[in-house]
Ligand binder design. Structure first.
Ligand code: CA
Length: 225
């Protein structure tokens, strides 16, 4: 995950960059509105963590500029300004969440995970979080735990359902075997990932799930180049 951290305070910035780096994020640490403008245009970040009080302007303006370009990059504000108006302004400007300094790093990491999760749901064609995931003519209704392909109900086992859900939440991205085993079959004993996957393919059609040899699987809409 590629993170943009915009924080002008040297001590805090250094500590946050280290914490986020330890948590496995690749961090680009910037300290001004001007640098943020340049980098956010050029680099495909997965999320931005942004301070409001910056030496050459306000983090809110960075956010507003992003959203004006219809950029949906997940954004988490971290600020010492804790007033209702600041929160409202931040959310209105397009922030996904808001964290008041000082905060525990565990909370920052948890909020960031939540923001990224919501963003991956949007990417999976579920902008309102209603729990309906779609890829091509394949749909998963998370509220009812049902699956349909071209309008026809497909009966899945709980493990098959969980595997498909993980693939659809991250469509067009490879999920590694380890990720799938951890997320979708934590208590599964006996049958291997490959057996579940082969059953799943038999039920939903073999054209949806692609094997990435030695790595894992991904789901893509049929006809995707
Ligand atoms: Ca600041």
């Amino acid at each position: 995950m590629n993170l943009c951290l915009i924080e002008d305070d040297l001590l805090l910035g250094r500590a946050l960059a280290a914490t986020l780096g330890d948590a496995g994020y690749r961090v680009t640490w910037l300290r001004t509105v001007e640098a943020a403008g340049r980098w956010l245009d050029a680099e495909p970040f997965d999320a931005v963590v942004i301070d409001l009080g910056l030496p050459d302007g306000d983090g809110i303006d960075v956010l507003k500029a992003l959203r004006r370009r219809a950029c949906v990059l997940p954004a988490l504000i971290v600020t010492a300004r804790d007033t209702l108006q600041v929160r409202i302004d931040g959310l209105d400007a397009g922030a996904d969440d808001f964290l008041v300094k000082p905060f525990a790093t565990e909370e920052l990491l948890a909020r960031l995970r939540a923001v990224l999760r919501r963003a991956s749901r949007r990417g999976a064609g579920d902008p309102d979080g209603l729990g309906l995931l779609t890829v091509g003519d394949l749909s998963l209704d998370e509220a009812r735990r049902t699956c349909t392909r071209a309008g026809q109900t497909v009966n899945l086992s709980p493990t098959e359902y969980s595997l498909l859900q993980q693939l659809m939440l991250h469509k067009n991205r490879v999920r590694t075997r380890r990720q799938l085993e951890l997320d979708a079959m934590p208590e599964s004993q006996g049958q291997s990932l490959d057996v579940h996957m082969s059953n799943l393919r038999r039920k939903i059609g073999s054209d949806m799930i692609r094997t990435v040899r030695g790595v894992g699987y991904l789901i893509e809409a049929p006809g995707t180049p």
